[in-house]
Design a protein around this ligand. Structure first.
Ligand code: AP5
Length: 215
């Protein structure tokens, strides 16, 4: 079984590209951010704990996050492989993932790194609208739904994420640069990083991902 990682700053387009990858390559898309948001909306103990961190733009505790991923990859939809979006986010999580993949005999094929300039990320995030049902992301300028405010895929009413405001985005960016970006060095040493220019249109980013896809 193969595993892929998609990395990049908040708003780089990880979720957008992972959704295209899921449909094209028929692998599962696992977003730890989506899993936390679902837990928050269902008011589970995990969700209530994670909310304290997410609302401030900080990382949720590693133990909870690793546990969620460990459980999630056992699902049937992962049998054909999966892409992790938003995990790992620090060295401790990366080491936990190495251990998990080894135990489950899963091969890490590549780490897709979406490169962007921080200057555009705030506009992307503040303009994002999300489907709370199927998690599809839209944008008020660059990716409008066919019907205003309604998800093209499932017909649910789109919302703005609670952490998609300028103040929280700034802390998310700081956390990304301090804790997550250094992982690129960790994976580069293993020869796994594939850089993709995330400043292009959504379709062009995806075309580049397809050109470098490792089976
Ligand atoms: P998470 O949900 O993972 O958020 P994030 O990493 O901040 O990333 P985003 O979802 O904001 O952005 P994205 O890169 O997916 O961009 P998207 O495709 O939507 O995490 C949220 C929080 O949960 C964290 O802050 C943390 O608290 C917690 N958490 C999650 N994982 C954790 C972990 N492992 N450990 C601990 N805590 C964790 O695109 C953004 C917008 O831009 C959209 O509107 C889209 O339409 C548009 N867009 C996308 N691509 C393009 C393009 N090429 N051109 C123009 N517009 C584009």
């Amino acid at each position: 079984m193969n595993c892929y990682l998609i990395m990049g700053a908040p708003g780089a387009g990880k979720g957008t590209q992972a959704s295209l990858i899921k449909n094209n390559y028929k692998i599962a898309h696992i977003s730890t951010g989506d899993m936390f948001r679902e837990a928050i909306s269902s008011r589970t103990p995990v969700g209530l704990e994670a909310k304290k961190y997410i609302d401030k733009g900080n990382l949720a505790p590693d133990e909870i996050t690793v546990y969620l991923v460990k459980e999630r990859i056992q699902n049937d939809d992962c049998k054909n492989g999966f892409i992790l979006d938003g995990f790992p986010r620090n060295l401790n999580q990366a080491k936990a993932l190495d251990k998990l993949l080894k135990e489950e005999k899963i091969e890490l094929k590549s780490v897709i790194n979406i490169e962007t300039d921080d200057k555009i990320l705030i506009d992307r995030i503040v303009g994002r609208r999300t489907c709370p049902n199927c998690n599809e992301a839209y944008h008020i300028e660059t990716k409008k739904p066919l019907k205003d405010g309604i998800c093209d895929k499932c017909g649910s009413r789109l919302i703005q994420r609670a952490d998609d405001n300028e103040e929280v985005v700034k802390s998310r960016l700081d956390v990304y640069h301090e804790q997550t970006a250094p992982l690129l060095k960790y994976y580069s040493k293993k020869g796994l990083v594939v850089n993709v220019d995330g400043m292009q249109d959504i379709d062009d980013v995806f075309n580049d991902i397809k050109k470098t896809w490792r089976k």
